[in-house]
Design a protein around this ligand. Structure first.
Ligand code: SAH
Length: 265
């Protein structure tokens, strides 16, 4: 009699996009229905999770009030173990797996374990939020370079911010709410104009999205004043003046209109 072997497992590192379920790629949507197990983050939108059929097992590694986020090593162990057991495992991550998503570490773990792994890109928050705000990240007149930077790094002061913002450049800051004031101060200390336009996009691409606009000098105050909630993205540069947004110039001493200052760059 012919011997049957279990089908080999495979791991898929899949980008869930910035929130709206119809911003998922077709490949990601197909994998959600063919997987045996989906291991997902807290950033993955409810509309995307609703696409996972009931017969597919689902494990959340999101931060919950009662317990801390599952440690990265434990997530790596989980996905490697389940894939080795012969299952089709989808590791579903907000945005794109390779943009501040620790997808690189999970791919390393898969390579080390010798399991098959494929990466499915997703629309990163920068692209989703820029579209939401009608704000082009590059523009022939305003910016020919764009940088994605994490606002939370081991030591903020170690980050070399010089050259990331200013003339002809767009700076996109992920995870920057808690450090918004420190980042603005650092940029200004490094010579960036305090009057550079800034847009803040909260929960981009979802029904609760908010787009706010101010000047660099007012960034920290804006975040506090408007009680901006995570997830939110900060976009610094002349292109921010093009956003379809609520203008929020409220800091004492900041009186110029956004349109006027934007013309100075
Ligand atoms: N891999 C993700 C980023 C993970 S880091 C991606 O490619 O988008 C998490 C940060 O992403 C958040 O703190 C926030 O700065 C940003 N972010 C993710 N989704 C967002 C959204 N819908 N609106 C605004 N910012 C978002």
């Amino acid at each position: 009699m012919e011997k049957t072997f279990p089908s080999p497992g495979k791991l898929w590192l899949v980008g869930a996009g910035p929130g709206a379920p119809d911003l998922l790629t077709l490949r990601a949507a197909r994998l959600l229905t063919s997987a045996d197990l989906v291991v997902h983050d807290g950033l993955v939108g409810d509309g995307v999770l609703a696409l996972i059929p009931p017969h597919v097992e689902r494990i959340s590694v999101a931060k919950q009030r009662s317990r801390h986020t599952m440690k990265q090593e434990m997530i790596n162990e989980l996905i490697v173990r389940e894939t080795r057991a012969g299952r089709q495992v989808v590791r579903l991550k907000g945005g794109d797996p390779f943009i501040f998503g620790r997808g690189g570490e999970e791919l390393d773990a898969a390579r080390e374990a010798g399991i098959a792994c494929e990466v499915v890109p997703g629309i990163t928050a920068a692209a989703g939020c820029a579209a939401q705000a009608g704000l082009p990240l590059t523009h022939r007149e305003d910016a020919s370079a764009v940088s994605f930077v994490a606002g939370q790094c081991k030591d903020l002061t170690d980050q070399d911010w010089s050259g990331l913002a200013g003339h002809g450049r767009t700076l996109v800051i992920y995870m920057g709410l808690a450090t918004a004031t420190a980042i603005a101060d650092k940029l200004i200390a490094d010579g960036v104009s305090p009057a550079l336009p800034v847009a803040v996009v909260e929960r981009g691409t979802t029904a609760e999205a908010r787009v706010l606009r101010t000047l660099l000098t007012d960034l920290g105050d804006l975040v506090a004043r408007e009680q901006v909630q995570s997830p939110a993205l900060i976009i610094v540069g002349k292109v921010a003046a093009r956003a379809d947004a609520l203008d929020c110039l409220g800091a004492p001493g900041v009186t110029a209109s956004l349109k006027d200052v934007a013309c100075e760059f």
